[in-house]
Design a protein around this ligand. Structure first.
Ligand SMILES: [Fe+2]
Length: 124
């Protein structure tokens, strides 16, 4: 079995944490593919080649969104943040600062992926 980029021994990780990692890895790959296809589409000189790459880019966006939806369904923090920031029209930075002090504290007895304690890089 491939190591699949785990940073800890997979034997000590829960199935949920391993799937959480797999989905994040897959979603990153989909987003990278979106960027690549987008650049290739813009650079293409043949309109059919451009259309194919735009189609492929948009399929990768679909795949990335599927991964994000899995994260939302399996982590209350992803769910909370998506509800807070997605499909809104206000100032994103103002929204973040206004609610920085209102972030709920996780239940320390629940698995990390379920409590949202995997807030890597968060300053809040
Ligand atoms: Fe894909």
């Amino acid at each position: 079995m491939a190591h699949e980029g785990f940073h800890e021994d997979p034997k000590i990780l829960s199935d949920l944490t391993k799937d959480y990692h797999r989905i994040i890895q897959s979603t990153m790959e989909e987003l990278e593919a979106v960027d690549w296809y987008n650049q290739r589409a813009e650079a293409a000189t043949d309109p059919v080649a451009r259309a194919i790459m735009e189609h492929n880019r948009d399929e990768e966006i679909e795949h990335a969104c599927m991964g994000l939806e899995w994260l939302r369904r399996n982590s209350p923090v992803w769910d909370e943040m998506m509800r807070k920031f997605l499909f809104t029209s206000g100032d994103i930075i103002v929204q973040e600062s206004a609610s920085a002090d209102q972030t709920p504290q996780p239940d320390s007895s629940a698995p990390a992926a379920q409590t949202g304690t995997l807030k890597i890089g968060s300053n809040s």
